[in-house]
Design a protein. Sequence first.
Length: 91
Amino acid sequence: VKEELASPITVMSEIEYYYHNPVYPLERTQAEFDRLYRLLFPSGRVYECYSWSDDWSGLFDMGREWFGTGCWSVYDTTSGVFTLFYVTDSD
């Protein structure tokens, strides 16, 4: 099961929660997150973005029971680069 998303901004807004709220606290700044976004997804390019179900792997099982999961892909049609993000948040 997949859902098409509007842009990498949509993907990163989902990931941002996990970035700033890890199970074990780490100091991370918004500036670092913004720099990561600009590095991964340069402006002026065309992207295909999807949110995927997490039922394809047991890797996500603990996260579904604890703090959450997510799986997203972004394909840069300009450069041919495919980026996959998957999150499973457990203790």
